[in-house]
Ligand binder design. Structure first.
Ligand code: 9WN
Length: 511
């Protein structure tokens, strides 16, 4: 059976429906991550949400980031959740008990851990778009960067110091939630050393009430470990050094490190362009130094055999060898052309986006060829549209606009049913987890607004280039369209990397 290409009407509906989802999830100064499962502001969700909203309203996008910064701790940490309103979400403020922490923010209740530093990457894109539009949007975006430059630098410096005290060049995470990929098999080995004590306060999970099938979520055993680490953070009063001395889970995260490196370079670029953060000891120089250290750390983690970056268990000193999408960290931060080329080929090849079993040729959270792959379970295999966005962004950044565009188009095809799900079953395309997830709708808007070269395209223009969609390969079936075939890209024959544009995309501002 061949599924026909989305029509112009479907594409138009997607833009309208994505905007509607973000409007419905808008609570005034912030956007909930999803209407029922995640009724609060999440840190890395807010970054993606802001860049999607910016395609419609630059002031509202900037307001999202401004609200996020109201939760910033005195250490510079941006917490992973801001709890603006009561809800049944668990664990909520009563469990996080951040009143024990001297560095907590005044005003808004928050969690006590963080998430990947995507925010400056989003801000850089918003600035780039606002400049293209000029006028009031440009003025607002530029003054926002000037106003918040130090706050972003403090956030990055927190990660570079409190979370990398020995200058390994890998950001240390203290909880799987800090990776954004909660139950990824990346963390199976370190979590095996997390043993909830008998004094773990009892708990009732709220998340299972919001999904149709509990097996799509982490298990109760996993949840007990998550809550045990939370207790350990509370008992060390959210002091990073004290937690490091006693906590069960301390891991160097390659994806967080790569995002920090990329975001730090972009912050330095913006500082230079706007004439702020100057001088030898200024924010620009600090940002460049952070970028260099973490890029080096990420490149050092690459497994010569698999070509993928590896996390480092800092409790055991062991590299964690799992075929997860985080292994493409070097593609995000660059720094070694040979590694970048190898990663591009891997990403488009049969263990990843080019896998013939995939319903849509977009990056799965775990390779379908890996023994750890579980097609329906959360971060253990399903496709997360935000990961696909990151891969497309990274390909552009490394001078691969055709491959990036193929991921963008396949990603749009995946979203054409307008459910904007949290994640997708990679073999059947079934929607999983929450519906009307804000960051998924935001990604759709950003993908729809992508321009080439240097111009926004009318939405209907897209229909002619959407890939022909076929169902997943069944025993007797045909294979699905792959990025390489869709875009005419021949792995191993991509162009050499051009100089980077100011928003981190290719120099022709092409995505
Ligand atoms: C815990 C909000 C968040 C995302 C994470 C995703 C999930 C939370 C949860 O939802 O995590 O932070 O309760 O499962 O794993 O990446 O930011 O969308």
């Amino acid at each position: 059976m061949t599924v026909s290409q989305p029509s112009a009407v479907e594409i138009g509906l997607m833009a309208g429906r994505a905007g509607y989802v973000l409007r419905a999830n808008d609570r005034g100064a912030f956007t909930v991550a999803s209407p029922t499962l995640y009724p609060h502001m999440w840190s890395w969700d807010a970054g993606f949400v802001a860049l999607g909203i910016a395609t419609v309203s630059v002031p509202r996008a900037l307001a999202e980031l401004r609200t996020l910064l109201t939760g910033q701790w005195a250490t510079g940490m941006i917490p992973h959740i801001l709890f603006h309103q009561p809800s049944d979400y668990f664990p909520g403020p009563a469990r996080w008990r951040i009143q024990v922490a001297a560095a907590r923010p005044a005003g808004v209740p928050t969690s006590g851990i963080c998430q990947p530093p995507i925010h400056v990457i989003a801000l850089s894109r918003i600035l780039h778009d606002a400049r293209r539009r000029g006028g009031e949007d440009q003025r607002l975006a530029e003054s926002f960067v000037v106003e918040t430059f130090d706050a972003w630098l403090a956030w990055h410096s927190y990660l570079a110091t409190a979370r990398d005290p020995y200058s390994y060049g890998l950001v240390e995470i203290h909880h799987g939630w800090e990776s954004g990929m909660d139950d990824s098999p990346r963390w199976d080995s370190p979590y095996a050393n997390v043993h909830p004590g008998p004094d773990l306060p009892p708990f009732v999970r709220a998340d299972l009430a919001h999904v149709s099938d509990p097996s799509q979520r982490p298990s109760d055993v996993e949840y007990a470990r998550y809550l045990w680490l939370l207790e350990q953070k509370v008992r060390t009063r959210y002091d990073d050094a004290a937690y490091r001395a006693t906590g069960d889970f301390v891991v160097g995260d390659v994806l967080v490190s790569a995002l920090l490196a990329a975001a730090s370079d972009l912050l330095a670029d913006m500082g230079e362009e706007l004439g702020i953060g100057g001088g030898a000891a200024g924010g620009v120089a600090q940002s460049r130094a952070i970028a260099r250290r973490f890029r080096t750390g990420v490149l050092r983690s690459v497994d010569p055999t698999s070509g993928l970056a590896r996390d480092l268990d800092l409790r055991t000193g062991r590299w964690l060898e799992v075929e997860s999408a985080a292994g493409f960290a070097p593609l995000l931060c660059g720094g070694d052309d040979a590694v970048t080329r190898r990663q591009r080929d891997l990403l488009l090849g049969p263990r990843w986006c080019g896998n013939s079993r995939l319903r849509w040729p977009v990056v799965p959270s775990v390779s379908p060829a890996s023994p750890a792959f579980r097609e329906r379970t959360y971060w253990r295999g399903p496709q997360w549209p935000v990961l696909n966005w990151l891969m497309a962004w990274a390909l552009n950044r490394s001078g691969e606009p055709e491959a990036a565009n193929a991921l963008r188009l396949a990603g749009l095809s995946q979203l054409v049913d307008c459910n904007f799900a949290e994640y997708y079953e990679p073999l059947t395309g079934e929607v999983l987890g929450s519906r009307d997830q804000s960051w998924t709708a935001a990604i759709a808007l950003d993908f729809l607004a992508a321009r080439r070269p240097a111009q926004r395209r009318p939405v209907r223009w897209l229909t002619s280039e959407l890939p022909r969609i076929t169902p997943a390969q069944r025993p007797s079936g045909t294979s699905t369209a792959h990025p390489a075939r869709v875009a005419g890209h021949r792995p191993g024959h991509g162009p050499a990397a051009p100089p980077r544009g100011s928003d981190g995309t290719g120099s022709a501002a092409d995505r």
